[in-house]
Structures are given as structure tokens and as C-alpha cells.
Ligand binder design. Structure first.
Ligand code: KIV
Length: 279
């Protein structure tokens, strides 16, 4: 049975590692109270919170803000925050950005990429900040790659993934997320690495799994990735509650629409506001 190397953060994780994203206080608190081991302030917030098509417009300021509010809801789990695109283009910038997220409340940071990131990982870890790596499909590169594609399909690509993972482990990463990696390749990486692998769309043989919160609870009905198992229907509960509220209010004030119309016309004509003046 694989045991993780001693590390202040891996000491708080057990196999299988349960990890999930959270972007705000109530979600983070619910995840923490549910016993989730690792909470990720993912830059997927650009999609799930801000409604962008991908993560490439997320800024460090946004990540710091969401880290701060998630921190208030987390007392047990390990809190990891994503370094967003272009916040770690050089080792110096990577370290500056990582420090900013730690100041905002992160226990650790995560960045995407393989061999090209080793120097940055070493700079961050060398300064005492725990770092989680991220290999396989890299959402911050989705535009260059022209879509979300499975990784490790060819022998060459699989070998490069293993090589990158070993180099990131050597540079001091405490864990590695494997996103959309062919299951057999993810299993091989899990065998070869001492640090935990945390999979998403990478089969069941990783040391743990991470999911986007909205996928798990059914809060984002407009798109669900094929690998996601939806365990709830939060969007349905919200819709039903809103319909019930809307029906209750419009039912108890039958002439509400007419009154509203009159009010608007009054304003349009330059009439006085129907809201009483404060004195
Ligand atoms: O930003 C994110 O949600 C992530 C997960 C997909 C691992 O990086």
C-alpha cells in the first residue's frame, strides 16, 4: 500500500484523497463540514462563477479575493489556490504571486504545466510555500490546444507525462493533479510517484479524486463534463424555490404588474418617484 512522503500537508491527507473546488464562504464551509480533505480555489471560477467560456481571463486579484472568502469557511481541510494564467511567467513572478495567495489564506498553491515549470516550482517550494502540480489537460492552454483533449494517448506523450511528474516531485511538489489523462497512464504515474496523484477524468487508480463542486452538486446544468458524476440537483432546487417565490408574490398581490407599469410610466414622464423621500 502506497504511503505518502512526510510533509506538513500530506500528513493531513489520507488515501483516497477527496478534493473539490469551492469559490465562496458557504460552499467552502459545507465542503469542510462534509469532511472533504482538500479544498481547491480553482481558477475554474472564471467559468463556474463568472460565466466565461474558459479560465484564461482569471486574474491574481480575483484568485486572492476568492481565497480570502473561502478561507473563512475552512477550518479542517487543506486549502489550495490556483495561480492563474500569466501570474507565473517567470520564477520571480511565480513566487510573488504564490506569496499573495498565501497572504490571502491559502495553505498551498497550484500551477499548471510540466518540465517548463520545474524552476518555478523550486522557487516557490524553496521559499516554504507548498505546491501542487497539475499535468495532463491544462485548461489555461485550452485556446492553444483548440479544446479539452485526453492526454497520454501515444507512448511518447505518456513517457513525457511520467518524466514531467517525476521532475515536479523532485522539485518539491507535495501532490499532482492529473486532468484527463488516459487511465492506464495515470495508474502508472500513481505507481511511480511517491507524492499523491489526484485525478479528474483520469480513471479510478489515482491516489485521490478532485471534482468541480458545481458538477458534483448539479449546480451548473448548462454543461456537465462527460466524466462527472452528478450527485445532486441544486439547480433544480433553486429553480423550484424561485418559481414558488415568484408565484407566491404575484399571487398575493394580484395587481402588482399593473402597479409596476404605472410606476415606470411615472418615472418616464419625469414624474416624482413613488418611493417616499427619506427625511
Ligand atoms: O480550476 C480547477 O477547478 C481545477 C480542477 C479542474 C482540478 O484546476
Amino acid at each position: 500500500m502506497k504511503t505518502f512522503p512526510p510533509h506538513p500537508l500530506t500528513d493531513r491527507l489520507r488515501r483516497p484523497v477527496t478534493a473539490i473546488t469551492a469559490y465562496d464562504y458557504p460552499a467552502a464551509r459545507l465542503c469542510d463540514e462534509a469532511g472533504i480533505q482538500l479544498i481547491l480555489v480553482g481558477d475554474s471560477l472564471g467559468m463556474m462563477v463568472a460565466g466565461h467560456p474558459d479560465t484564461t481571463s482569471v486574474t491574481l486579484d480575483q484568485m486572492a479575493y476568492h481565497t480570502e472568502i473561502v478561507r473563512r469557511g475552512v477550518s479542517r481541510a487543506v486549502l489550495v489556490s490556483d495561480l492563474p494564467i500569466h501570474s507565473y511567467d517567470t520564477p520571480e513572478e511565480a513566487l510573488r504571486s504564490a506569496r499573495r495567495l498565501v497572504e490571502a489564506g491559502a495553505d498551498a498553491v497550484k500551477l499548471e504545466g510540466g518540465l517548463g515549470q520545474v524552476e518555478k516550482v523550486a522557487a516557490i517550494v524553496g521559499a516554504g510555500i507548498p505546491l501542487c502540480a497539475h499535468l495532463g489537460m491544462l485548461p489555461q492552454r485550452v485556446r492553444e490546444e483548440g479544446g479539452y483533449k485526453k492526454k497520454g494517448k501515444s507512448a511518447g506523450e505518456a513517457a513525457r507525462l511520467v518524466e514531467a511528474a517525476l521532475a515536479l516531485e523532485e522539485a518539491g511538489a507535495f501532490a499532482v493533479v492529473l486532468e484527463s489523462v488516459v487511465a492506464e497512464v495515470a495508474a502508472e504515474m500513481t505507481r511511480r510517484l511517491r507524492i499523491p496523484t489526484i485525478g479528474i477524468g483520469s480513471g479510478g487508480d489515482c491516489d485521490g479524486q478532485v471534482r468541480v463542486l458545481h458538477d458534483v452538486i448539479g449546480a451548473y446544468p448548462w454543461f456537465v463534463p462527460p466524466f462527472a458524476k452528478v450527485h445532486g440537483n441544486v439547480a433544480g432546487v433553486i429553480r423550484d424555490s424561485l418559481r414558488a417565490y415568484e408565484e407566491e408574490v404575484s399571487g398575493t398581490i394580484p395587481d402588482a404588474p399593473r402597479q409596476q407599469k404605472k410606476t415606470c410610466e411615472g418615472r418616464g414622464e419625469g414624474g416624482s418617484s413613488p418611493v417616499p423621500e427619506r427625511t
